[in-house]
Design a protein around this ligand. Structure first.
Ligand SMILES: Cc1cc2nc3c(=O)[nH]c(=O)nc-3n(C[C@H](O)[C@H](O)[C@H](O)COP(=O)(O)OP(=O)(O)OC[C@H]3O[C@@H](n4cnc5c(N)ncnc54)[C@H](O)[C@@H]3O)c2cc1C
Length: 494
């Protein structure tokens, strides 16, 4: 297998492939396999030479799990991009190097269907689906992992021999636990996923058009905007309360509003605006959005702008909310700190948010509150490794900077903001009545740091809750030599 070393003119380009510019790796070489057999060969060579491999698919990791100076070989999946319908399994088979945008395009144009997955088209399915994967249509159709039928994993056994394992959700599959671990266990843990098979639950037969949900013909997006300067603490609190109350009332699978998804962007005042962006599907989309506006937006009592726009599905999926993902947004260094909420923010948490968002600091940042739940909450917590099944919001404190001088103020701001938000539970969203841990697709190494997590709840319980021992058993069985590891990887024994 060809090794791309620093002497190769492709190396610089490949080494630069990562979303979060906060981290830089320096692998001895990078390989670009084009088949499962090539992945096996490349990995065997790495293991035999006692080097440390990491696998990369889309390069959208938010932490430095791939761009890691101690990683010696990057196995880059981006040339494995086939998407087919496998009639023998009645499922779509998708190579790990496919991006989410390409998956949307091919599934829609080929068969009229879609997988409810993440928001940015550049994410790789390789590192995405196995982390659960939520997105714009998750309230109506569930997580991407809820539609996972099977995986093909290249793993290393106790003797250091590389093997290919097929693991499906079928009850009589001896590798069913490995499939389960890939429904929310997160990337870089058990081996290299080479292929995913996708088929929704309770679907049988081999008709591709009914194997995954039919894509909506159109959807309606909405954008609500306020001037930050118009807010005082009382109107800010009204907005956050109204949004949280809506999420609480409509977080279950039987809500008549599961087709609506929205994010409340509580930007730092430096940014000048507070916004809600979202969408609804179906013939009644505009009515659903207008009812949401009446419920959440109007009670704030401030002037706002409102824009509704009908979009064809694929055009939206390939370029959603263009202003969010403008050219250059991927040049930044970033820190994202995620938390699931079961109940709305408390008065104290809203006061904390107001304090941090109006603090006079030279940073750009925000707290984003995304609607969650809907049919995601129809699935029992142990059914998949995505354990949070009664959350109503996914909340993230974010910051980004371009210049090195921005690092310290931005990190201090976002870390202390999050810590103070969860001051009543040791600085982290412990599973309790109000909060429910965090999402592994948004990994945050601070959760494993005694400086930032002063609760008695370890990082792995925040991410996996009661499923963690099961993931440990899978790790022991399928990666006994701990070939695949990073700062938040599953450890067979603690
Ligand atoms: C702009 C942006 C938007 C995002 N939006 C969403 C969203 O809407 N919903 C959501 O759920 N998440 C979202 N995420 C998070 C994203 O899902 C995760 O970062 C995901 O892990 C990225 O996968 P990747 O293949 O692109 O990343 P990579 O950097 O290639 O890999 C991420 C991790 O997965 C491992 N991995 C990669 N490929 C494989 C493989 N084939 N087999 C086993 N392990 C593998 C890597 O080793 C690494 O640990 C977003 C991230 C960004 C940067």
């Amino acid at each position: 297998m060809e090794k791309i070393t620093p002497a190769d003119h492709r190396y610089a380009d490949l080494a630069a492939k990562r979303f979060n510019k906060r981290y830089t790796g320096k692998p001895e070489y990078i390989v670009l396999p084009t088949s499962t057999a090539a992945v096996v060969q490349a990995l065997q060579e790495v293991v035999d030479s006692q080097r440390r491999p990491v696998v990369r698919s889309g390069g959208h990791c938010l932490e430095g799990f791939v761009a890691d100076p101690t990683a010696q070989v990057v196995i880059d999946m981006q040339l494995m991009t086939a998407i087919e319908f496998d009639t023998t399994k009645g499922a779509f088979v998708v190579d790990a190097g496919v991006t989410v945008g390409e998956l949307y395009r091919r599934l829609f144009l080929g068969w009229g269907v879609f997988l409810p997955a993440g928001e940015h088209p550049g994410i790789g399915v390789g590192g995405h689906i196995l982390g659960g994967a939520f997105g714009f249509l998750c309230r109506e159709y569930g997580l991407a992992a809820d539609h996972l039928y099977a995986v093909e994993v290249v793993r290393v056994n106790e003797q250091g021999k590389v093997q290919v394992v097929f693991a499906s959700r079928e009850d009589d599959d001896p590798h069913q636990e490995l499939w389960w671990a890939h429904t929310g266990g997160g990337g870089g843990n058990f081996g290299i996923v080479t292929r995913y098979w996708l088929r929704s639950a309770n679907v049988s037969g081999d008709n591709p058009a009914t194997t995954l949900p039919q894509a909506p013909a159109t959807l309606t997006t909405f954008r609500i905007g306020w001037e930050w300067k118009d807010f005082d603490e009382a109107s800010f609190a009204t907005l956050v309360h109204r949004f949280g109350d809506w999420c609480l009332r409509h977080g279950g699978p039987n809500s008549p509003y599961i087709s609506l998804f929205g994010i409340l962007f509580l930007n730092h005042r430096n940014i000048g605006k507070i916004e809600i962006k979202g969408l609804a599907t179906g013939a009644t989309a505009a009515d659903v959005i207008n009812a949401f506006v009446k419920d959440v937006v109007e009670p704030v009592g401030l002037a706002y702008t409102k824009q509704l726009e009908e979009n064809a599905w694929l055009q939206f999926a390939l370029n959603p909310f263009p202003e969010l993902f403008q050219p250059g947004f991927d040049k930044a260094q970033a820190k994202i700190k995620d938390a699931f909420f079961r109940r709305p923010l408390t008065d104290d948490q809203i006061a904390t948010a107001y304090r941090y968002l109006t603090a006079q600091v030279p940073i750009g940042g925000m707290i984003g509150l995304a609607t969650y739940g809907g049919v995601v909450n129809a699935i029992p917590p142990d059914h998949t490794a995505s354990a949070q099944r009664d959350a109503i919001m996914d909340v993230a404190c974010n910051t980004g900077w371009m210049d090195p001088s921005g690092e310290k103020p931005s990190l201090d701001w976002v870390r202390n903001f999050y810590k103070d938000l969860f001051a009543a539970s040791g600085g982290v969203p412990v599973p309790n009545e109000q909060t429910d841990g965090a999402m592994i697709n948004h990994p945050d190494t601070d959760l494993a740091s005694a400086d930032w997590n002063t609760s008695v709840t370890p990082w792995y319980t925040l991410y996996y809750k009661a499923g963690h021992p099961r993931l440990q058993a899978v790790k022991a069985a399928y990666d006994p030599l701990n070939i695949f590891h990073h700062a938040l990887s599953i450890q067979a024994a603690l």
